[in-house]
Ligand binder design. Structure first.
Ligand code: PEP
Ligand code: MN
Length: 269
């Protein structure tokens, strides 16, 4: 009996979203070096979180921007995963790299630019099912909720992969924030689907000082978790430094979100 209980606990721990918990995934936009990932992972671990994010293949809007470390980045993620016992999240950008990424991390992230890349969705569904990986499907920045939910079905068509939706902001006429965070998507998804939904305030607002208030709002409206960008030295980041939280800010975010979560009898992981 004791053993059975333990096994259930471990199985639940492997899940991205766990009953009674708010999952906060944190880490850099891009993996830049072993040292940078190691230092950020230490912060994430010390703050009591379970999931580390970090892009190895970066789908940048400009072909002249830093494109990520690729395979080297995956190696670092693998090493850091083992060193800290953190579960890892990274983005898949191409049908060509899905297998190798799935061999290196726990969670495959499909970014906003690829929500309607049906070949990629199908490949991710197949590989995630075979290798027992979780999937985060970000909302396309110009996609309706209906299109987003249909995209999920390309992933789950041939299996029962754990898919978590991620609202990350949609494009509107507003220019004071990078995108407009559509928090109404959270209760709408809760009404239309059984899928868990997390929120990415970092890419939505594009400015670090707005990340904490929008994180609070996301939790208040019922999100199951957050994915936020964090960097040990945001001003030196090669990618999205302006929206990345430093260690102190990440700690403050967790403090505030924990207070809110506790009101609903939930814990942070
Ligand atoms: C990311 O999370 O690194 C990212 C590129 O996000 P998005 O796909 O939402 O732009
Ligand atoms: Mn980013």
């Amino acid at each position: 009996m004791e053993n059975k209980k333990d096994k259930t606990k471990n199985k639940d721990d492997m899940k991205l979203i766990k009953e009674g918990y708010i999952t906060i995934i944190a880490g850099p936009c891009a993996i830049e070096s072993w040292k940078q990932l190691d230092e950020t992972a230490k912060v994430v671990k010390d703050l009591g979180l379970s999931f580390l994010r970090g892009g190895a293949y970066k789908p940048r809007t400009s072909p002249y921007s830093f494109q990520g470390l690729g395979k080297k980045g995956l190696e670092y993620l693998k090493e850091i995963r083992a060193k800290y016992g953190l579960k890892t999240v990274t983005e898949v950008t191409d049908t060509e790299n899905v297998e190798i990424i799935a061999d290196s991390v726990d969670v495959l992230q499909i970014g906003t630019r690829n929500m309607s890349n049906f070949a990629l969705l199908k490949k991710v569904g197949k590989v995630a099912n075979e290798k027992n990986k979780k999937v985060i499907l970000k909302r396309g920045w110009a996609s309706s909720i209906k299109e987003w939910l249909l995209a999920v079905e390309y992933i789950t068509l041939r299996g029962n992969t754990e898919v978590v939706l991620c609202e990350r902001g949609i494009r509107t006429f507003e220019t004071n924030t990078r995108f407009t965070l559509d928090l109404s998507a959270v209760p709408v998804i809760k009404k239309l689907s059984k899928l868990p939904i997390i929120v990415d305030p970092s890419h939505a607002v594009g400015q670090s000082d707005l990340v904490i208030p929008m994180s609070r709002a996301a939790i208040a409206v019922g999100a199951d978790g957050l994915i936020v960008e964090a960097h040990v030295n945001p001003s030196q980041a090669l990618c999205d430094g302006q929206q990345s939280l430093n260690a102190k800010e990440l700690s403050e975010l967790i403090r505030q979100v924990r207070n809110l979560a506790e009101i609903n009898g939930k814990k942070i992981r």
